[in-house]
Design a protein around this ligand. Sequence first.
Ligand code: ARG
Length: 460
Amino acid sequence: MPDKNPQPSAIWGGRFAQAADPRFFAYGRSVQWDARLAPQDVRGSIAHAQALRDAGVLGEREFSELTAGLEGIAQRLAAGEALPVVAQDEDIHGAIERILGPAGEFLHAGRSRNDQVALDFHLFCKEAAQELVASAKELQAVILRQAEQAGDTLVPGMTHLQEAQPVLLAHHLLAYFWMFERDRRRLLWAAAQADCSPLGAGALAGAGLPLDTQATAARLGLGKVYENSIDAVSDRDFAVDLGHAASLCALHLSRLGEEIVLWSSRQFGWIQLPDAFASGSSMMPQKKNPDAAELLRGRAGRVVGRLAGLMLVLKGLPLAYVRDLQEDKEALFEIVDTLRDGLSVAAGLIEEARFTPPGVPKGDLTLATELADHLVRQGVPFRQAHRLVGQAVRAALAAGGSFLDVAPGDWNEISPLFSPQALEELLDPLRAAARRAVPGGTAPNRVREQIAQAHAAIAS
Ligand code: ARG
């Protein structure tokens, strides 16, 4: 009979005749990052202790000692104290058991770290998704305010990054509002995917004690329990769902970041960056650089990369729990942190930015489609109208670059339908925008309608 346990600190050490090699111990240790799950772990353990008491496994005395210990840890965490982790702690679950001392010896009945860590991660993902929903909403509110303040200000809308048609600045900004609205819906959906308790699955086969898992789930604010204990401990789909929702949102931030970079250039001049969200140059004293926007663009790579990494960890894993699954947490933590910070920087930047677009001048070439549409309204086939206006564009480019530079005689030659009265109306960019009046169009009335819809969207 071996008389001594060489791994006295490991919660699974009994059957081991050799201490862990320090290289392996360091390689497998996760408490450096999974300590972040301490609040969830403690809540899960309190709920599990209640289930054990209700099942008659824990007496009242053990139960109150255990919960007193757990609540003490919860209070210290809530007060901002770090968990007193020691070098021998392998992960957060072992660390908390050690801190609990003798009372903690009762806690792990009917539970494995496999369902325990899955539970912690569900709780984390649900809460993180809800927080990201709130951050996305703050950004939406800021975008909406700027759109309202923009009034009927026009900008040249672009395709291929070439000036295309006049649109309201508000309309352009609101396009981002709706992207983030979809993100918010996806994040809410991701929160719902995490709203399920794996507790009671045990290591994989289901706990052998009569635990009321539904009641435990309800105590933890989780809506349901898994139908299958093997799935319960192996599933990380909810984390991928959150990573995916976050990735799309990060991509939207990167597109917004790219546009802010462009808008803040002197060539565009659409936006004056707040000093608080810009950087200078160490050499060129005149510089004011859009570094914040560039980082919004650049950091999307981290989020998508971490999601790809997480998905690759899951690829080909056998059922049920395998240690590979430990790789899930750092990936998701970085996704959540990167997106949360990005949403808040974007909101601060947009809130304090001043929009100063130069507008769209009368007779601008971006009105070419208006001219073609005018001919169409008079019965000219569109393809023919396109060709005729193409001639007008060439005449304008030759004469000085604006439709106002084209001589009346030339207009008449291109088409008598381009009478001076018609042109007066057609070459006014705001009136051109007003004719784009289908639902979702850039007509000021439609944009006002959109602003009302946007308010309704974030009110829910
Ligand atoms: N630290 C582990 C993780 O994060 C906890 C579960 C370990 N379970 C096991 N059987 N090795 O996944």
